[in-house]
Design a binder for this molecule. Structure first.
Ligand SMILES: Cc1cc2nc3c(=O)[nH]c(=O)nc-3n(C[C@H](O)[C@H](O)[C@H](O)COP(=O)(O)O)c2cc1C
Length: 372
């Protein structure tokens, strides 16, 4: 078992209200990155967390399903609640509902979802065809709530319509606290990779706010390459973390070379304008904070993976009723077990089990028989 100790953690200050925490960011993934998964990712070192995208319309109507998606545990702070919608006022109204009911740290606006139903309604990725509307949405939300607002962009609509730099600039001018950029286009050729050069262009276009880079990080080396090739401030990890919430531990050393603490005296950077109303001071500064926390392992053994899977199950039961917890867990079990001896057979069996205690007994049994 590896034991690592982190003594210094750097935070990138994004407003007087919140700092972008150290550590890779967990990407929002609908159906997967719910509160139990986010808590595990945080435990293993994830920095900022996001909810999955939640319908602004649903929230305005106080729909139970939309409200349920906003729930989070105090361990998850700082957390961004991500909204999708097509125009400024409804998204701003939804943001007010979320802030009033849940008090998250950040409101994020989804400007990238490529799902056709969403795009057809002018939401998600469709916004990448209308960078000026992204600016208006940010402005409306920033005026409606007293917490930082961010956007998650794609590279553009198609590779011929690279609108991310323009959209990021509009968001910055409208008061966004930071942007995240997924380097894929909304309409990409099937199987194409994220274009990290676009992330680099967004970074050089923006002068005042941090940029989180995203797309195709599947190893610490990928994360390091993205940080160095694009100059982005943080990396965001999605699919790599599915069934592997511990991957964030392996990313603890790949933070960007912000400002070395000795050189910076722990604090500096630019003098930047205050946003309208003086509510968000966008001074970008770097502070060093002494904390000590222990990381237990980088690459867990099969035995440890089963334990994490069981812990995930318990967290699901804390958050959902038993039936929902087990149904949702079935989507992830295969990833946890991947590569383990006889895992296909075990997975099939687990898919038929509908009670938590039986599921856990079966996993313990498997551990004794094949692993220990
Ligand atoms: C199953 C799934 C669900 C996703 N749901 C969302 C979402 O709700 N909001 C969002 O902004 N992006 C969503 N994304 C996109 C991811 O946040 C991320 O941008 C994308 O997966 C690229 O990162 P990766 O290569 O690290 O996976 C989703 C991706 C996946 C695979």
């Amino acid at each position: 078992m590896y034991k690592l100790y982190i003594n210094q953690v750097f935070h990138l200050k994004i407003s007087h209200l919140i700092q972008l925490p150290y550590g890779a960011v967990l990407a929002p993934m609908a159906g997967f990155t719910d509160s139990p998964f986010r808590r595990l990712a945080r435990r293993y070192g994830a920095g900022l967390l996001y909810s999955e995208c939640i319908s602004a319309e649903g929230l305005r109507r106080l729909g139970a399903a939309s409200l349920a998606l906003c729930r989070f545990h105090p361990d998850e702070r700082p957390i961004a609640i991500q909204l999708f919608g097509s125009s400024p006022e409804p998204i701003a109204e939804a943001a007010m509902v979320v802030v009033e009911c849940f008090k998250p740290d950040i409101i994020d606006v989804n400007c990238g979802c490529p799902v056709r139903k969403m795009v057809a309604r002018g939401c998600g990725g469709d916004l990448m065809q209308h960078p000026e509307r992204i600016g208006r949405i940010v402005e409306a939300v920033a005026q409606a709530v007293r917490i930082p607002v961010s956007v998650k962009l794609r590279a553009g609509w198609t590779p011929k319509e690279e609108t991310a730099p323009e959209a990021a600039l509009a968001a910055e001018a409208a008061g966004a606290a930071f942007v995240a950029v997924h380097g894929r286009f909304v309409r990409n050729a099937k199987g194409s990779l994220a274009d990290w050069e676009v992330i680099g262009r967004v970074k050089t276009t923006l002068k005042r706010i941090p940029v989180i880079g995203n797309g195709d990080i599947f190893s610490p080396a990928d994360a390091e390459r993205m940080l160095h090739q694009t100059g982005c401030d943080r990396v965001m990890v999605g699919r790599w973390a599915l069934g592997k919430p511990w991957v964030f531990q392996a990313l603890k050393d790949v933070a960007p070379p912000l400002v070395p603490p000795r050189q910076a005296g722990g604090r500096i950077i630019a003098n930047l304008p205050r946003r309208a109303g003086g509510r968000i001071d966008t001074n970008l500064s770097c502070t060093a904070e002494e904390i000590n926390f222990e990381i237990e392992f980088l690459d867990p053994s099969f035995d440890q993976r089963i334990d994490i899977l069981i812990e995930h199950l318990y967290k699901m039961i804390e958050h959902y009723d038993e039936r929902t917890a087990i149904l949702r867990m079935r989507r992830q079990i295969g990833w946890y077990l991947s590569g383990m001896p006889d895992s296909a057979k075990l997975k099939k069996e687990l898919m038929l089990i509908a009670e938590l205690n039986l599921l856990i007994n079966r996993l313990m049994d498997y551990k004794k028989r094949y692993i220990l």
